[in-house]
Design a protein around this ligand. Structure first.
Ligand SMILES: N[C@@H](CCC(=O)N[C@@H](CS)C(=O)NCC(=O)O)C(=O)O
Length: 205
């Protein structure tokens, strides 16, 4: 088993899905959290100059949160049983990532004049993506289990991690999407995830 270090800031953000996959697989890794004050000195040394980055055995450093998540999901058995399942898992994850990314872009924007356009884009994405996900979930056993098949996969964890901030900000966020709300509860109740959530660093974002 290689050694893993996940570099990110001290927050959930784009790294939380990777941390959840590590937790679900019960794999040890170094959860390296970089303070904003240290970032300038790290930034230029990092490939692509952004976080998260996954380091494998100190000689391989790879950026991009979704590429890292897919790699971990494949390594630890959370990406689906065959190529079609993996294709579906990726599609669900990419849809959730679109929504999450629009939320992050809106949240991080400092210029108040740009916020209304970003807010509209985020709301449009929610109206497009959430009904698709609700229907996709419902198509598998009426939506009472997981998105694909009969075990928790990367896309189910992404439904938890990717929607955490929108749900925290607005507890009614999933009011019209009861299947997705139920799925998030099941992910949170999964024994490995429940124990991770209980002991993780409690950060605002
Ligand atoms: N597409 C990339 C985006 C990465 C990204 O935007 N990272 C931000 C933190 S969430 C970052 O490193 N910001 C610091 C900077 O740009 O200097 C991913 O999903 O990993």
């Amino acid at each position: 088993m290689p050694s893993y270090t996940l570099y990110y800031f001290n927050g959930r953000g784009r790294a939380e899905i990777c941390r959840m996959i590590f937790a679900a697989a019960a794999i040890q890794y170094n959860d390296k959290r970089i303070e904003l004050s240290e970032w300038t000195q790290f930034k230029t040394k990092m490939p692509c100059h952004m976080l998260p980055i996954l380091e494998i055995d100190t000689d391989t450093q790879v950026p991009q949160s979704m590429a890292i998540s897919r790699y971990l999901a494949r390594e630890f058995g959370f990406h689906g049983k065959n190529n079609v399942d993996m294709f579906k898992v990726d599609s669900i994850c990419d849809s959730l990532f679109e929504l999450f990314n629009d939320y992050m872009t809106l949240f991080n924007e400092k210029d108040a004049a740009k916020k209304p356009d970003l807010q509209k884009r985020y709301m449009d994405t929610c109206r497009r993506v959430l009904p698709y996900l609700e229907k996709t979930l419902e198509a598998n056993k009426g939506g009472s289990g997981w998105f694909i098949g009969d075990q928790m996969l990367f896309c189910d964890m992404m439904c938890y991690a990717g929607l955490e901030n929108p749900v925290q900000e607005n507890p009614n966020f999933l009011k019209d999407y009861p299947k997705l709300a139920g799925l998030r509860n099941r992910v949170a109740a999964h024994p490995k995830i429940a124990s991770y959530i209980k002991k993780r660093n409690n950060t605002a974002f």
